[in-house]
Design a protein. Structure first.
Length: 295
């Protein structure tokens, strides 16, 4: 059996980062050779690997058309890519959340403003009865381009909305107070099985939970009911997934989906004893039963 596994990275951070290094070490102890490979490096032969795992393609949103082309290429060339190209392609634009809502999954409500569309921010907020809201690009990562607005500031914020919507499609959502008061769950699954979770909160005076923006997360186990509701979200995904991070808040005793991250999420491996082994186990299974068997 071919023992080579690629962890997909990006030009800005081309090497395997510390958290994923724990997983690579677990794989190497089993005889696999794990290497980092930048997703848009034309010199990489993706077909040489027994399994290709998207891990740190953290600049994809800055070149989303090129990234989509790379995913299509992997699919066409039958690269054993995880997560599968079709699933990732359906996930990188946050409009996928509408499909979850149609399937009955509770989500934070969303208004979509298509690229080039003229939209009065104040009118939108008044129509939805939202006093505070968050605006973000439909394709983004790590809170890139995410900002707050409100009825009180909508007139002043209109210029920013007008400028951004000429460049990309936008999402507008009501501000979820639970992120600040209770925190946002990141619930991690490997091969469909619950592994671990982290409860994240923003830094003082902010609303973004990403660590690079001052947020912090701590290992916590959600209640079995919340885990089960997150698992139901996962069950709506098309096809098998190697990993998924289901992000959401607790509201009125239930789980409300913020995002389902299956492209390049940080998985908080170091926060949970055994997580590196569990992820490595799941990756080994992808090499034994490839997604695309040779014709």
């Amino acid at each position: 059996m071919d023992q080579r596994i690629a962890f997909v990275t990006c030009e800005r951070l081309p090497d395997i980062h510390g958290d994923d290094r724990l997983v690579a070490n677990a794989l190497e102890r089993r005889g696999f050779h794990v290497t980092a490979a930048v997703w848009n490096d034309p010199a990489v032969d993706w077909g040489q690997f027994a399994s290709v795992v998207i891990r740190a393609a953290w600049d994809y949103h800055l070149a989303d058309a090129r990234y989509a082309a790379w995913l299509h290429r992997c699919e066409t060339e039958r690269v054993n890519l995880w997560n599968p190209a079709a699933a990732v392609l359906a996930n990188i634009d946050k409009r996928y959340l509408a499909g979850f809502a149609d399937a009955g999954v509770p989500i934070v409500p969303i208004e979509y403003v298509e690229r080039g569309q003229r939209q009065s921010l104040r009118t939108l907020l008044e129509r939805r009865n939202w006093t505070r809201a968050v605006v973000k690009p439909a394709v983004s990562a790590s809170a890139h381009g995410t900002w707050r607005t409100s009825l009180a500031t909508a007139a002043a914020d209109q210029k920013q909305l007008d400028e951004e919507v000429m460049r990309w499609s936008l999402l507008v959502q009501p501000f979820a107070d639970e992120i600040v008061t209770s925190g946002e769950w990141s619930i991690v699954f490997f091969d469909g099985e619950y592994s671990h979770a982290v409860l994240k909160k923003p830094g003082s005076g902010d609303f973004r939970v990403q660590e690079e923006l001052g947020g912090h997360g701590e290992p916590r186990d959600p209640s079995p009911a919340i885990v089960e509701q997150a698992r139901r979200v996962l069950s709506q995904a098309a096809g098998p997934l190697l990993y998924a991070r289901v992000d959401g808040i607790e509201r009125d005793g239930g789980f409300v989906l913020m995002e389902m991250e299956i492209n390049e999420p940080f998985l908080y491996i170091a926060s949970s004893i055994g997580a590196a082994k569990r992820f490595a186990d799941a990756i080994v299974r992808t090499t034994a039963t490839p997604l695309c068997s040779p014709p």
